[in-house]
Each structure stands twice: as C-alpha cells, then as structure tokens.
Design a protein around this ligand. Structure first.
Ligand code: GLU
Length: 403
C-alpha cells in the first residue's frame, strides 16, 4: 500500500530517506525560540561565538567594492587561495602538496559531500567510526554508498581499533573515514594508534577521507596529526578536508576545501563546475585574508576554549548521573547520561538521552544535542564554544534541574 511519505510526492528515494541534520535542526529551533523572546542557552551547534577577525571583515569589505570580486572564479577556486591552502596544509598537516591539489568548497560540509561523490560507486562501503558527526552517513548514502558504522569503546576514549575496523571490512569496503580531533566526542588519537590504523588502511588498499577541521583545537599537550602524513603510503589515496569555519570563526562565510591527489582535485573541479560553479568570490577573498593573518586569531580562540573546557569539566563533575571524560580536542564534551535513566526529572521518567535533551530544552531552556544523532544513545553533546557568561548560566540551569 502506498505510504504518505515524501517519496509519494515525487521526491527521490535517496533524498526522501534522509532527515534534516540534527545539529542544524536544533540550531534552527534555538533561533526560532529566541526570536519569540525565550532566554535560551545553546550548547547545541558547534560554532565559535567570536566575531570573525576584523582583518578578515576588512578584506571582505574591500572585496565587495572591487568589481574584480563581483564575478565567477574558476570552479577550483581563486588561485591565491588555493596557494594559501596548500601552504597551510604543508604547515599544519605536514603534507607536501601544491595548489593544483586543492579544491575550494562551500564550507567543509560540501567537501564531505564531494569527497564521497568523487570516490563511491553504488554499493561501495565506507567505514565510519562511531560516534560520528550526523552528516557523514547521510553524505555517503546520498553519494550512493553504504555507511558502515564501526563501534568504539568509551573505555578506550572512543578510539576505533584496527581489530574493529577489520571486523567490519568487506570486499566492498572502499573508504575509511578518519576524524581526529573528533566531533562529537572530542577524542584525539595518539600517534601510534594512527600509525597502526593508517598502515592497516594502506595494506587493504583503502582510500582515507580525513576530516581535519578541528586541527588547531587540542588541549593538555595532545597533538594533532594528519593520517597521510604519518603513513605516506596513503597519500595517493587520501583526501584531507578542512576550512576556515571553526579556526577563524567564519561558519557563515562557507569556505572549506578538499586536498587530494591532483587527478582527484581535477575531477573535483569538474564536479564543482556543474554543482556550484564556484564559491562566493568575496568569501574566498575573506578566507584568503584569514589564512594570511596566520595563527594569531586561532591561538587566541584556542586559549579561550581551553579555559572554558576546564570550567565545563569542573561543572560536569557536579551533575548527578553524568559521567564526563575529559576529551583532548575540538570544543565538545560528550558525557554519558546513563546515570539519569529511570530518574524523575520535571515530573517525567527519563528513558532516553533524546527525551532528556527535550526536557532540558523545555524545562531549563538549554539546548544540547542528544547522542542518538551521532549513533551513540545514552550521551549528550555539549559544545563549549559559547560565551563564558552563557556557559556558566547554562550549567547552573542544568545543575538546578538535575540536582
Ligand atoms: N559541525 C557543527 C556541529 O556539529 C556545525 C553544525 C553542522 O554543520 O552540523 O554542530
């Protein structure tokens, strides 16, 4: 019997099968509630609260007034920006790449979508260590592939092991997705673990797609490493994704990139020529100004996040029923809330993290993303990329509700 779902309205099965990104939909809800005058504190969307650095804004304003920036750019992006991205990738990821290996994308999210579109044929499988960011499985499915979540253990800091990866490999496995520092857990892999994973992927002839968007956000001596830099045999089959959104507080400007072997970058430009044409010329010039500004603004933000992380962790310890490990990276905490299950909160018996997130929103006016969105029920994700006063007030509300 025909259903009444969107597929029957003529929407493709592929698109009808996905729902809105949980992080984006929560952020949208927060904005709607705020517009109605609700005093909400949002730990939901992972976006820095800082304004974009002034030097970037100035460059964008100059670009707006320059007719040369009013027109198309090459689909691969402005050559100066591709050059700057190649330099940044050499400096931070330790990969010896040139500008011809860089494709500029509409935020790193488009780099994710394009990476899978570039690599997958129908039925090809992608190993995705769980918990994973909401968009990864959907981007794989939209590209015609099959996402294969690979469980990790909380006791192991949510780090996937070669044994688990091997257990989930099949003759159709084509790609390993690797993210460190990770969203939502904040996990940073240690060098030896990465080497073992990288060598395994190289031996299996897999491609690796590495999301490096949190490369600058590591704490307490943890270090960022790029998988194909540690295991150079991977480089002919490695795509590294990054952007200015998190490191320069430029989420709304939508500039990311994909760096890979030259022939993949060429294919990526062909793809972009039909998808978006190019990324906003003005935004590309703003991103160029950000990269030219160097690491000063990034390090300033990192030090703010480091102190917010410490404050949040201290507060988390006081929340009854929460178990919160101290992750070394990104700007998220991912406490287990198993200890709250079965308890009465605001007159309701809590039976899931999704329900708890709803109660927190409705009863305490704080927004958090439930672990269900990341393939990890029993957890909540708190972003600490919000202002100090909000952070304190939000944690007070949480404590008041749950104590
Ligand atoms: N990546 C951020 C997050 O996980 C931004 C929202 C999104 O694009 O999902 O919250």
């Amino acid at each position: 019997m025909p259903g009444r779902g969107p597929a029957n309205l003529g929407i493709s099965t592929r698109v009808a099968a996905i729902s809105e990104s949980a992080t984006i939909s929560l952020d949208r809800r927060v904005k709607e509630l705020r517009a109605k005058g609700e005093n909400l504190i949002s730990f939901a969307a992972g976006e820095p609260d800082f304004p974009t650095p002034e030097v970037v804004v100035e460059a964008a304003m100059r670009a707006c007034r320059d007719p040369r920036a009013h027109h198309y750019t090459a689909p691969a992006g402005l050559s100066e920006l591709r050059q700057a991205v190649a330099m940044k990738t050499r400096r931070d990821s330790g990969l010896d790449v040139g500008p011809e290996q860089v494709q500029i994308t509409n935020g790193t999210k488009q780099a994710v979508a394009h990476a899978f579109t570039l690599l997958l044929d129908p039925g090809d499988e992608v190993l995705i260590p769980a918990p994973y960011w909401v968009t990864f499985p959907e981007a794989v499915a939209l590209a015609g592939g099959r996402a294969v979540p690979v469980p990790t253990s909380e006791a192991n800091g949510f780090r996937v092991t070669v044994e688990e990866l091997e257990r989930h490999r099949s003759p159709r496995t084509k790609v390993l997705l690797f993210v460190s520092p990770s969203n939502p857990t904040g996990t940073v892999y240690r060098r030896e673990q990465m080497e073992a994973i990288g060598r395994w992927a190289a031996e299996q002839g897999l491609w690796v797609v590495c999301d490096e968007i949190y490369d600058h956000f590591t704490y307490d001596g943890a270090e960022f490493n790029s998988l194909p830099a540690l295991v150079p045999e991977l480089q002919p089959r490695a795509l590294c994704l990054n952007g200015v959104a998190k490191s320069y507080s430029m989420t709304g400007w939508r500039v990311g990139w994909l760096v890979g072997p030259p022939e993949v970058a060429e294919a990526a430009a062909n793809l972009q020529s039909h998808v978006a044409g190019n990324i906003s010329n003005v935004s590309q010039l703003a991103a160029l100004a950000a990269l030219e500004a160097g690491l000063g603004p990034v390090l300033e933000m990192r030090s703010a996040f480091a102190s917010r992380r410490r404050a949040m962790l201290q507060q988390m310890e006081r929340v009854p029923g929460f178990e919160c490990p101290a992750p070394d990276g990104a700007f998220y905490l991912f406490p287990s809330v198993d200890g709250v299950m079965g308890r009465q909160v605001a007159g309701q018996t809590v039976t899931s993290s999704a329900q708890l997130a709803t109660i927190l929103l409705e009863e305490a006016q704080i927004a958090v993303v439930p672990g269900e969105a990341f393939g990890a029920p029993g957890h909540l994700r708190f972003s600490y990329a919000l202002g100090d006063a909000d952070l304190e007030e939000g944690m007070d509300r949480l404590l008041r509700l749950l104590s």
